[in-house]
Design a binder for this molecule. Structure first.
Ligand code: TYD
Length: 169
């Protein structure tokens, strides 16, 4: 884990081709607005060591501080690619390097930290209202994300300046 002062790129993503109705109204609560990097952390997941192969399990609201309502994963990521480039208003996430490694850069509008994930029994918990970038993907890496809600485009800040403004308003 290392601290980086590199400014975050400001990227924009597209809309889903698989749009579904919003799961819940994306309300920006005062508690979410004040979230900081101190609310994010690496979570050590249970690991059952076994000569036949190790096993890790994750139970919602027990090993992660939210109910798991969605799982998605990034794979076949080309060298040098960057993902993320947004913040969520209401969504909690756990990001896991299921295979290989990558970096997660978190920014709360005031400070920024770079985390290197390379263990499938570690997860990066990211609370709402944190800007994130993922980069430095190793060849063949797989990034799995557990999320607290269904996909909702209205839950995103995709513009960094708007995100910072929302944090300070
Ligand atoms: P995006 O969240 O921008 O990906 P990343 O943060 O990894 O860069 O999503 C990329 C596209 O995938 C976008 O069109 C929305 C769509 N999408 C879904 O339809 N459902 C999902 O659960 C996710 C995460 C993305």
């Amino acid at each position: 884990m290392s601290l980086s002062n590199t400014p975050l790129p400001r990227t924009n993503g597209g809309q889903s081709r698989f749009d579904s109705p919003p799961a819940s109204p994306a309300l920006l609560t005062p508690v979410h607005k004040s979230r900081s990097l101190d609310d994010c952390r690496i979570i050590d997941l249970p690991k059952i060591n076994d000569p036949r192969g190790n096993l890790t399990f994750i139970e919602g609201e027990r090993h992660v501080p939210f109910e798991i309502r969605r799982v998605y994963y990034l794979y076949d990521v080309p060298g040098g690619a960057e993902r993320g480039g947004h913040a969520h208003k209401d969504l909690h996430q756990l990001i896991i390097a299921m295979s290989g490694s990558f970096d997660v850069v978190l920014n709360d509008g005031k400070q920024q930290k770079r985390f290197h994930l390379n263990r499938s029994y570690n997860g990066m918990y990211v609370c709402p209202m944190i800007w994130r970038e993922l980069d430095n993907f190793s060849s063949g890496s797989v990034c799995m994300v557990l999320a607290s809600n269904l996909y909702d485009p209205a839950d995103y800040y995709r513009n960094y300046d708007e995100f910072v403004q929302a944090k300070s308003s």
